[in-house]
Design a binder for this molecule. Structure first.
Ligand SMILES: [Zn+2]
Length: 261
């Protein structure tokens, strides 16, 4: 039996977790049903987390270090989904702070796993997001990366005009979205060269490439490139404005641990 004093604050689940976790630990490469149940308990619908989710991170870290690829991948995927929920109203901020070293280890294990190559394509985007979550870039871990059909709504930092930014098959431009006439007053985006990406953009770009997400890697050079406001013509970095407009709001005190860039 796992000797696990599950923290009883915030919302549950409580008693349901240890037996399911035990089944996963007994057979982490084979028992898919147990993994499904664990997902349901710890990252409900892939989204909602609780104190139990963070309390499970050391076990997932151990599985991620086990060297058994199937178990490693499943553990990293679930841990990523849990840590992405760090800003939710889970009532477990103290526990999250205690888990900072575990999250840092998960980040290292994930980086090694990505470096080894052969990440199954179905996990590539999840791992891309997990890397950001483990690094404390929570907002970016949950952002949109649809560079086939990608549109971002940002506001001009100078005149506040709502600006539509397209990065996809429809083009790569900033524009004013007119509900009758479509995107008007288009101005082409200026991508950032890979060499000039800042540390966050560069890490995202390199991780995407390592995961075979070439479309995302290329789209990031536009996301971290420059747009012009269709009204006042001032230039701004799309990603900066997207981050400013979508800054996640934490439920209570203090910043969450981050590895820093
Ligand atoms: Zn403007």
């Amino acid at each position: 039996m796992i000797d696990w004093q599950l923290p009883r604050y915030g919302r549950g689940p409580y008693d349901e977790v240890p037996p399911v976790l035990e089944r996963v630990l007994r057979s982490p490469s084979l028992d898919e049903e147990a993994w499904r149940e664990l997902w349901h308990l710890l990252a409900t619908e892939g989204l909602t987390v609780s104190a139990a989710s963070f309390a499970a991170l050391p076990y997932l870290r151990d599985l991620a270090r086990s060297g058994e690829t199937v178990a490693v991948d499943r553990a990293l995927e679930l841990a990523g989904a849990i840590v992405a929920g760090v800003l939710q109203d889970h009532g477990a901020d103290e526990l999250v702070r205690e888990m900072a070293p575990v999250i840092a280890e998960l980040r290292d294990v994930l980086a090694r796993r990505i470096g080894d190559g052969d990440v199954p394509p179905r996990l590539a985007v999840a791992f891309f997001r997990a890397d950001l979550a483990f690094a404390g870039a929570t907002g970016w871990s949950m952002a949109e990366y649809d560079f086939d059909d990608g549109f971002y709504s940002v506001s001009c930092p100078h005149c506040d005009l709502p600006v539509t930014v397209a990065i996809g098959d429809y083009g790569r431009y900033s524009a004013y979205r007119d509900w009758c006439e479509g995107d008007v007053r288009r101005r082409p985006l200026k991508p950032c060269s890979v060499e000039r990406l800042g540390s966050l953009g560069r890490r995202m770009h390199d991780t995407a490439r390592a995961l075979g997400l070439l479309r995302i890697a290329e789209g990031l050079t536009y996301l971290f490139g420059q747009a012009e406001c269709p009204d006042c013509a001032s230039a701004f970095v799309v990603a900066d404005q997207y981050a400013a407009d979508n800054e996640p709001h934490h439920s209570s005190s203090g910043p969450v641990p981050t590895g820093g860039w």
